[in-house]
Design a binder for this molecule. Structure first.
Ligand code: BTN
Length: 241
């Protein structure tokens, strides 16, 4: 696909760009669309968390035709990471499964949601991407100021436009070759959890384990103290301090 295949909607403010696309899919408007907003009043993160979205960040969602959703999040993480490196020369790392880090702080998060519509077997996919591109004028909120980082200090519309175009170009390149998993090697290499002791949350229990690898399905393989291993699909992984 090409960027010209998408309808692009630019907003000043919205509750959530993901919700905006969900609403239009429910109305039957399912053509490829990208919505980008200067800020969000109810930005959503994974696991029902809030994604604070002040002006200064890049908040966008991409509506894709029904497809295999398994690899969209990791693929998008690599596309964001590549874009940051191409634009700024700075190296980013990925925290399995959906966070991009710069200098040990969170720069970007991804929230993919599947939306079913009548007469289609596979769901439409909404890929929500939030990047702390610029530092908000009044700084990050207290809750996140020690754990978040922006790529640039001062807002600049040209940089924002260029970053948007770079990101969509990278995203579509990986998307077009999704079956070949062209993103996978970078995804593995950029992940900073491998080799670390992590706290794995599954079945409402917290257990320590060592992250040993990322398998071909992009699951995180962890080894427990008793030597057993488990490939995690969606268990949250907390890094130890
Ligand atoms: C996370 O860090 O847990 C995921 C954050 C995803 C944020 C983006 S911003 C654009 C899109 N709209 C939302 O409400 N969330 C995603």
């Amino acid at each position: 696909m090409n960027i010209t295949d998408f309808k692009i909607i630019k907003l000043d403010t919205v509750d959530s760009t993901n919700n905006y696309l969900k609403t239009i899919v429910k109305k039957g408007e399912c053509s490829p669309t990208i919505v980008i907003s200067d800020c969000q009043t109810a930005g959503k993160g994974t696991r029902n968390r809030t994604f604070i979205s002040k002006k200064g960040g890049l908040y966008l969602s991409i509506l894709l035709p029904p497809c295999d959703t398994r690899f969209i999040t990791p693929m998008t993480a690599v596309a964001v990471s590549d874009s940051v490196e191409q634009m700024s020369g700075r190296t980013t790392e990925i925290k399995w499964v959906n966070d991009i880090y710069l200098n040990g702080k969170k720069l970007s998060g991804i929230l993919c949601e599947a939306v079913f519509s009548e007469n289609v077997e596979k769901p439409y996919v909404i890929v929500g991407i939030g990047v702390n591109l610029f530092l908000p004028k009044d700084n990050f909120s207290t809750e996140i100021k020690d754990i978040a980082i922006s790529l640039y200090d001062t807002e600049n519309d040209d940089i924002k436009e260029k970053f948007f175009n770079t990101l969509i170009t990278n995203f579509l390149q990986y998307y077009d070759t999704l079956g070949n998993k062209t993103f996978l090697e970078k995804y593995r290499n950029k992940n900073f959890v491998l080799g670390k002791t992590v706290t794995v949350v599954f079945e409402n229990k917290k257990t320590d384990a060592v992250a040993v690898s990322i398998d071909d399905e992009c699951r995180l393989v962890v080894r427990f103290d008793d030597g057993s291993q488990k490939a995690l699909n969606s268990g949250d992984v907390l890094l130890k301090k």
